[in-house]
Design a protein around this ligand. Structure first.
Ligand code: MN
Length: 255
């Protein structure tokens, strides 16, 4: 089993190393990740310039590859044969913050996994719901333990093509986590507002951000699982067709 580990926080992020270390229990791990932070960069393919990749060494002397493209570029390289050994599985993370609800298409962590399933491979995205005001290093141990457990289960059970697993782990010590919940994707409320400012040369510039997004916990959704101290595992499909709306839309009269 050849596992490619990537992330969106950059190759030096501690969450990547925690994930790579634990994935070694399942096979040979190769690391190919962005050389900088691509959080909230969405599903990206770089087509108008070449991609540069250089070899780096991580904290525990693990060799890794740092690419100047996006997370999904890293996965595309891996799927196109960057490594001499074929790739069997792509695991992305561990992101220090949750990727739930509408985050999924913004998230470089999740879109890296999307790139893998488009290429026909099983894939998982792993995030831990650490609080934004958390001080010091994020502890990835519990999230890594659950990432291993869920990946092993997924490989044993088998995944249909075109689906990925989006894993979100509550930020708790392992013994405080109550277990795993299979969830549906919820929704986010973003609190962005336009903040227009003026630069030293008198030209306007803009921030379109605001307070941190919130998520509504509803029965069976990702936010509810986290709130109740469960690991949320959501199967995500790349087919975004709104099937429940097709019958109504088929009755439309086109003018
Ligand atoms: Mn990130």
């Amino acid at each position: 089993m050849h596992i490619v580990v990537t992330n969106d926080d950059g190759v030096v992020a501690p969450g990547l190393l925690a994930l790579a270390q634990i994935m070694r229990e399942l096979g040979t791990v190769s690391i190919l990740a962005p050389d900088r932070n691509w959080s909230a960069s969405g599903h990206v393919r770089t087509l108008d310039r070449p991609l540069r990749v250089r070899e780096v060494t991580l904290g525990d002397n693990t060799p890794a590859w740092a690419c100047d493209g996006a997370p999904s570029d890293c996965v595309a390289l891996a799927l196109c044969g960057f490594f001499s050994e074929p790739v069997d599985l792509v695991v992305s993370g561990i992101n220090p913050y949750a990727n739930i609800g509408d985050d999924v298409t913004y998230s470089g962590t999740v879109t890296a996994a999307m790139e893998a399933v488009i290429g026909g491979l099983p894939a998982l995205a792993v995030s831990v719901d650490s609080p934004d005001n958390h001080l010091g290093m994020v502890d990835y141990q519990a999230a890594a333990t659950y990432a291993l457990k869920i990946t092993a289960t997924m490989l044993r059970q088998g995944m249909p093509k075109g689906l990925l697993l989006n894993i979100n782990v509550p930020y708790l010590p392992l013994e405080k986590i109550k277990g795993i919940r299979v969830t549906r994707q919820g929704s986010r409320e973003y609190h962005d507002r336009l903040d227009k400012r003026v630069d030293p040369r008198g030209k306007p510039y803009y921030w379109a951000i605001g307070d941190l997004p919130t998520a509504q916990a509803e029965p069976g959704n990702d936010a509810e699982a986290l709130q109740n101290q469960y690991v949320s595992v959501t199967p995500i499909q790349m087919d975004l067709t709104a099937y429940r709306f097709l019958p109504e839309m088929n009755s439309w009269i086109w003018e």
